[in-house]
Ligand binder design. Structure first.
Ligand code: ZN
Length: 458
């Protein structure tokens, strides 16, 4: 293996993980006055070999071909109407472009072609769920639903057979405009190609006015309509404040409450209510934000583990993997309370480029025996990691993880000139695959070590 390959691969990630481990045991964690129980001890470790031991790094970090279903991924359509109509959304996305983005226009760094590259060529991801940021319809959506369906079709075309590798969500904003319009939009989405889920941002509107899923004029009819349309997975972003967010409606209380009224549906809480300003420690039922606020809501509504509430780890894992003790608390809490069969892999790619370093870090991560004893957190066995990486999501979305899924044609430009010309004409392929995200050791270190505050994902 040459130096360049080494720097792009497992060795570089191993080096980064070693840095985080050292950081994890030097000095106390910063004090967080909002948490009564500041983290103590050393809760997480990375089982990563020496970065120089290339063979061992490959074995530890490169996995065994496990089924990886990333339930939380993004791209944008750089020339869509949203660029003119939703300047705050453009600002949000420009703030979270991958380090080293040099495309002009800059939104090309997170376009459809880059997405296909970063997820399916530059990572071990088997399947993805394409979602979107807050929007109120095709005129303000970075990926209008019809374009999401096109991405799905394009992916199927590039794999040239085998089972689907990409599912799509439909983001709706029932608190913007008349509720009837949202219900109609949901019906037409189901007709044009059924979404795997509907998703809402309860805290968002263009005027920063949120809504409750229990509101009998907004939330309830929306969930009821999803139910009646047969789309039985309902997703809400909770925690992780974004632009135009109303903090009064960012709490997971309403989605947990409504899960009791629709026992034949499943409810997914993106980000698990995690919030970067709140340090994750042992469960504190009085915390008003963070993962604890979700656990407290589950307790209040008597929701047992492994019921119809699910979470994904998007952004939470990416940010906490640099702080192994907090990461151990966050994972330990959702696994033991939401349930080992209800925690799903999500990365918020491609805001950070390829999710591969996040995948490698999870493969290497362990909750220490000390924290397993102290807090009754589960051991991160290979079996449990396989559940998190994809088997849980496969069950939720009715996907067979053992089905054959084909790789994307590595270089469609030369492999199939006719098809490629069309794809290029559609703006679906760049003139050549170019790497986005970190490709050198320095970039990987910067990428993994960048502080949570510099990045506002969705
Ligand atoms: Zn997101």
């Amino acid at each position: 293996m040459d130096r360049r390959q080494f720097l792009q691969g497992a060795g570089a990630v191993a080096a980064s993980l070693a840095v985080f481990e050292l950081a994890g045991c030097t000095g106390p964690a910063p004090l967080d006055r909002s948490s009564k129980n500041p983290p103590r001890g050393r809760g997480g470790t990375f089982n990563a070999p020496s970065p120089e031991d290339t063979a061992a790094c490959q074995e530890t970090l490169n996995g065994n071909g496990e089924f990886i279903f990333d339930v939380h991924t993004h791209h944008v359509m750089p020339s869509g109407p949203w660029v003119q109509n939703a300047p705050e959304t453009v600002g949000l996305i420009l703030d979270m472009l991958p380090a080293g983005c040099s495309d002009d226009p800059r939104l090309d760094c997170v376009d459809r072609a880059t997405y296909l590259h970063d997820l399916f060529l530059a990572s071990d991801t088997t399947m993805t769920m394409l979602t979107d940021v807050p929007n109120s319809g095709p005129l303000t959506a970075p990926v209008p639903y019809s374009d999401a369906l096109s991405t799905q079709k394009l992916t199927a075309g590039l794999t040239g057979g085998g089972a689907s590798r990409l599912l799509v969500q439909n983001v709706i904003a029932p608190n913007v405009g008349p509720i009837g319009a949202t219900l109609d939009e949901m019906s037409s989405a189901v007709q044009s190609g059924p979404p795997a889920a509907f998703k809402v941002y309860t805290a968002w509107s263009p005027t920063a006015q949120g809504f409750s899923l229990e509101d009998p004029t907004i939330g309830l009819p929306t969930v009821q309509h999803a139910h009646d349309l047969g789309v039985k997975v309902f997703v809400a972003h909770k925690g992780l404040p974004l632009v135009q967010f109303d903090p009064a409606f960012n709490h997971p209380e309403d989605i947990v409450a409504i899960s009791r009224r629709f026992p034949d549906m499943d409810f997914v809480i993106y980000h698990a209510a995690w919030q970067p300003s709140h340090i994750e420690g042992p469960y504190d039922p009085t915390a008003s934000v963070g993962i604890d606020s979700l656990l407290a809501a589950l307790d209040r509504h008597n929701v047992p583990p492994n019921d119809n509430i699910w979470v994904d780890l998007a952004t939470a894992w990416r940010q906490l993997l640099t702080q192994p003790t907090q990461a151990a608390h966050a994972l330990g809490k959702v696994l033991s309370r939401v349930g080992q069969n209800r925690v799903m892999w999500g990365t918020d790619a491609i805001w950070f480029g390829s999710p591969q370093p996040q995948i490698m870090a999870m493969r290497a991560f362990q909750i220490t025996a000390e924290f397993q004893d102290l807090y009754h957190y589960p051991a991160l066995t290979d079996e449990l990691k396989a559940a998190i990486f994809g088997l849980n999501a496969a069950r939720l979305f009715g996907v067979d993880p053992t089905e054959t899924r084909c790789g994307l044609t590595k270089d469609p430009l030369t492999a199939n000139i006719e098809e490629s010309a069309q794809l290029r004409g559609d703006g679906a392929l760049p003139s050549a695959w170019t790497p986005h995200g970190p490709t050198t050791r320095r970039q990987v270190l910067n990428w993994l070590g960048s502080p949570a505050t510099t990045w506002m994902p969705s």
